[in-house]
Design a protein around this ligand. Structure first.
Ligand SMILES: [Zn+2]
Length: 304
């Protein structure tokens, strides 16, 4: 999954720290990230702080420490709309170019731990942008000096990073797995998906599982078992994965405003997916191949 970056080590301990030239910097404006289109064409890289320093005179004061990977710090630069043009996309003196890329482009970045860093930075960026003013009294918020939070200096309101819990459910019936496809206007994801939905107020995760399965496909489930969780920064979500067994009739009643189709698929009918960035994909492969799905997939990829 995207957050499985071992042997690299992610450290999100809160710190107040100034950037050094060799630290990484993620310059973000709206939904775009300023990246280096690397020495190898098509491989996106995160630039060093020293590379953007000549173009933003107050970069040092504005850089916000985010986290470190392998003890190398990552900083955020929140780029105002009128500043976007200051960062040059090409520089004739260098062997590489820079480019503004979308979060969808980041998804395909290599190595994957840098994609994880960049996408996590976009989540923190969105949160900071949406909490610039206190929701209670309207004053401008400030960075907390003790924790990763924005604090209102007038009324004391504290805002933490936005992380919305959502469940994702693999509904099984013996050798069959329930999979669906989203409607074109509901999600950008075109592959087979599992049932998923946000936890609502007053619910346990298990209650969300039962409600979402009933709402989306009209089925009852039992034996709900936790599988794994995953930070999913693309949508400010923490995905909590569960397996559940069909309880009773298997007739699907589709929620047509969200899903275009849903059906039961045997293990053989589930397509292989070797780019395992999401917990949903991992759950499909776990169901298809069992505990050793990783080595089975690697083996199959080697055969091709
Ligand atoms: Zn306030």
């Amino acid at each position: 999954m995207i957050q499985d970056i071992a042997p690299h080590k992610y450290d999100n301990t809160f710190r107040i720290q100034k950037p050094e030239k060799e630290d990484y910097v993620l310059c973000i404006q709206k939904n775009r990230v300023f990246l280096r289109d690397g020495k190898e064409k098509g491989i996106l890289e995160i630039p060093g702080f020293g590379e953007i320093l000549p173009y933003l005179s107050d970069a040092e004061e504005r850089a916000v420490y985010l986290f470190s990977i392998d003890e190398r710090p990552y900083f955020l630069m929140e780029i105002r709309d009128e500043e976007a043009g200051l960062l040059p996309e090409t520089d004739s003196g260098k062997e590489y170019v820079y480019a503004w890329k979308t979060t969808q482009d980041i998804r395909a970045m290599e190595p994957m731990y840098q994609a994880f860093a960049a996408i996590t930075a976009t989540q923190l960026f969105r949160w900071r942008q949406s909490r610039r003013f206190c929701g209670r009294c309207g004053s401008r918020t400030k960075d907390s000096t003790t924790e990763r939070a924005l604090v209102c200096p007038e009324c004391g309101q504290t805002e933490y990073p936005k992380i919305s819990p959502a469940v994702i459910v693999a509904v099984t019936d013996g050798d069959r797995l329930l999979m669906s496809r989203y409607r074109v206007n509901h999600s950008t994801y075109r592959g087979y998906a599992l049932i998923a939905g946000f936890v609502e107020i007053g619910e346990t995760f298990e209650e969300t599982v039962r409600r979402e399965v009933m709402e989306e496909v009209g089925l009852k489930v039992k034996n709900i078992r936790y599988f794994k969780s995953q930070p999913w920064a693309f949508t400010d979500t923490e995905m909590i994965g569960f397996f559940a067994e069909l309880d009773g009739a298997d007739t699907i009643r589709l929620q047509e405003d969200e899903l275009s189709e849903a059906g039961w698929y045997t293990r053989d009918e589930i397509p292989d997916d070797d780019r395992l960035i999401s917990v949903g994909t991992e759950m499909k492969m776990y169901f298809k191949y069992g505990e050793n799905w990783e080595s089975v997939l690697r083996h199959r990829a080697g055969d091709r």
